[in-house]
Design a protein around this ligand. Structure first.
Ligand code: 5GP
Ligand code: ZN
Length: 120
């Protein structure tokens, strides 16, 4: 299988790894959108959130817990941060291996992307 993030897990492609345990890997996004922007991924290949099932519930939970641990380690947990998982084309997913974006280091606007919100 040709998957960019599986290649990072296998250390075939370099990445700035900031956290690793038995189930989860985290590394800095190559194109950061905030001063702190990391990706938290499962070591198991799951293409999109749509492909996850009941058996993956614990693993999905581990992604969030790893993100919180990482934010603490990096010193911005108290100030706050955002986690985002994009899914498929409308969600803006470009890499088909699920990943939780961990965004921090500055105050983020809410709601996001107000220019793209459609009022009906
Ligand atoms: P998505 O758009 O799928 O939600 O997020 C994919 C993220 O992966 C993007 O933020 C993009 O910058 C990041 N990315 C793409 N290729 C690489 C890479 O080779 N290395 C790293 N560290 N990040 C990458
Ligand atoms: Zn993969």
């Amino acid at each position: 299988m040709n998957c960019l993030f599986c290649s990072i897990i296998d250390k075939q492609i370099p990445a700035d790894i900031v956290y690793e345990d038995e189930h989860v890997l985290a590394f800095r996004d190559i194109n950061p959108q905030t001063p702190q922007h990391m990706l938290v991924i499962p070591k198991q290949h799951i293409a999109t959130l749509n492909d996850a099932n009941e058996a993956d519930a614990l693993l999905l939970g581990r992604l969030s817990l790893a993100a919180a641990k990482l934010a603490t380690q990096q010193g911005f947990a108290e100030a706050g941060y955002r986690t985002v998982m994009n899914c498929n084309a409308h969600g803006g997913q470009t890499v088909d291996h699920i990943h939780l974006h961990l965004l921090g280091g500055k105050a983020l606007g809410w709601p996001p992307f107000t220019d793209q919100l459609k009022t009906v």
